[in-house]
Design a protein around this ligand. Structure first.
Ligand SMILES: [Zn+2]
Length: 360
């Protein structure tokens, strides 16, 4: 009996093993196929666009680097080929677009870096390309249009004047960056010639794009985040804030701007007045975990969801050991908190959209 039963049992178990192995490989192939499609459709361009990819330098040997233009068509970067075949990149608008457009030498920056692949790709008419290939001439690379608008860029550049700092404007609906100015600036056409000075001058740090890489105390713009934490947890408590222009706790005093006494006001009025004493009190009511949670929900200490490269992370570092002075300062945007202008514009856009964020 045993001898006649055993082969059947063995057969069933080996059938089962066979099925497991078959399904395992089927699932593996399906996963590989899905990843392959994903890579081709979505990932391959960013992979090719990586500065370290040698394929780009091969592409540049066969292509005249394309133009970079503003959304309204103004030429911001263009390449000309002289009779001896050398290609020269020029920037007709000079330093006004320095950080947004960037440069295509010495490691690249700005749109020149982020759109490198598209500038080296050619969709010229195929007969034209065929003729160029036969005659061993370069094809014209594609033009890249930025989301930035030349009139808004003019306004931002002139408005900032000779101050050091940054101006950035976002369209809150689409997340499109409409203007991006950082000063001190530089002439992108002279980066190679001036590289020694530009890269070593830490005082003016002209190469730094202050919109995306400058970290600043957020000041009163941080009151948006304190207000968010307040509305989440404490809006039912103490809705009347009486401001006499100063507020002291733990031996530290916070002043309203110009020592203005805002008097009795509810939280929304205090927000409208940017009342420092109300927000310092709110910080103490909230507790440190609430401010940290609201900040991190708004992407402090995280990477922003943007395809722009070299964007710094904003930082919120206040922990449970912080004293009253630091809590009060943090709640009004002073203290140790640091933010990029791009990040703050993104938070303001989320307010415009009723709380829903948008990728810049
Ligand atoms: Zn006040």
């Amino acid at each position: 009996m045993r001898e006649t039963q055993n082969p059947g049992i063995k057969k069933r178990s080996s059938n089962k093993e066979f099925a497991v192995v078959t399904y395992f490989f089927l699932i593996l192939y399906a996963a590989l196929f899905i990843y392959f499609c994903y890579f081709i459709a979505i990932k391959s361009e960013s992979f090719i666009n990586h500065a370290a990819n040698p394929r780009l330098s091969v592409m540049s040997e066969h292509t005249i680097r394309g133009e970079i233009r503003s959304s309204d068509g103004k030429v911001l970067a263009t390449s000309k080929v002289s009779e001896d075949g050398t290609e020269k990149r020029s920037y007709p608008e000079g330093s006004k677009w320095a950080h947004a457009v960037g440069f295509a030498v010495n490691g690249m920056s700005g749109a020149e870096a982020d759109a490198n692949f598209y500038l080296l790709r050619s969709h010229a008419f195929f007969l034209e390309r065929l003729k160029n290939d036969v005659m061993e001439q370069k094809n014209q690379g594609d033009s890249v249009y930025l989301t930035l608008d030349s009139k808004l860029q003019d306004a931002a550049y002139n408005g900032l004047g000779n101050y050091r700092g940054a101006v950035i404007a976002l369209d809150p609906e689409s997340g499109k960056i409409l203007a991006m100015v950082s000063k001190p600036d530089f002439d992108p056409g002279k980066v190679e010639a001036n590289w020694e000075i530009l890269s070593s001058d830490e005082d003016s740090a002209a190469l730094l794009n202050r919109c995306t890489q400058g970290l600043y105390p957020p000041g009163s713009t941080f009151k948006i985040i304190t207000a968010l934490a307040y509305f989440r947890d404490k809006k039912d408590e103490d809705t009347n804030f009486d401001c006499d222009g100063t507020f002291t706790s733990g031996g530290y005093t916070i002043h309203c701007y110009g020592n203005t006494a805002h008097g009795k006001q509810d939280f929304l009025e205090a927000f409208a007045h940017s009342c420092n004493t109300t927000f310092a009190k709110t910080g103490l009511i909230l507790g440190k975990g609430d401010l940290r949670k609201a900040s991190e929900d708004l992407l402090f200490n995280s990477k922003l969801p943007t395809e722009l490269s070299h964007v710094k992370k904003s930082s919120f570092t206040m922990d449970d050991k912080a004293d009253d002075a630091l809590v009060m300062q943090t709640a009004i945007g002073q203290g140790d908190t640091l933010v990029t202008p791009l990040h703050m514009a993104t938070i303001a856009s989320a307010v415009c959209r009723g709380g829903e964020g948008v990728a810049p």
